[in-house]
Design a protein around this ligand. Sequence first.
Ligand code: TYD
Length: 140
Amino acid sequence: MQSVKIIEIKTKHHPELGSLSFFEAEKDIDFSVKRIYYTYGVPEAGQRGGHAHKKLQQVLFCPYGAIEFILDDGQSREHVLLDDPAKALVLGSGIWRDMIWRQAGSVLCVGASAWYDAEDYIRDYAMFKQMVQEGYWHED
Ligand code: TYD
């Protein structure tokens, strides 16, 4: 699916002292990170998301637990499970996402390309589909 990438986060493993994962904005992802937010305390089977973004780009990772993403570009759907701290999902704009917490206490961290703007959200699925059909995200 265009606008959806799964990347391996670079990781240093220590034989006894665990692992350290890291990524660098504008190197490992092609945008700069202007905002970081994280979601936690969600029960198992809790569902969040239910929106798309007009412009925002995001890198999402799950440092603890397992979170399933149902991604929809208006043409097709894809399921991605973030269950590895060294795996990240890079989402461009125009992707409808629903997230289901597959393990209680899972933490979702997000690096976003812009400051919070409620106007950037599309929370109505019919409106999202209409925008896809009208070519809102069409790249020449
Ligand atoms: P939302 O993005 O809808 O969360 P989710 O997709 O996980 O359900 O955000 C939930 C609420 O938090 C909503 O009222 C907007 C607010 N919010 C901010 O004020 N600033 C932020 O940076 C974010 C991400 C959300």
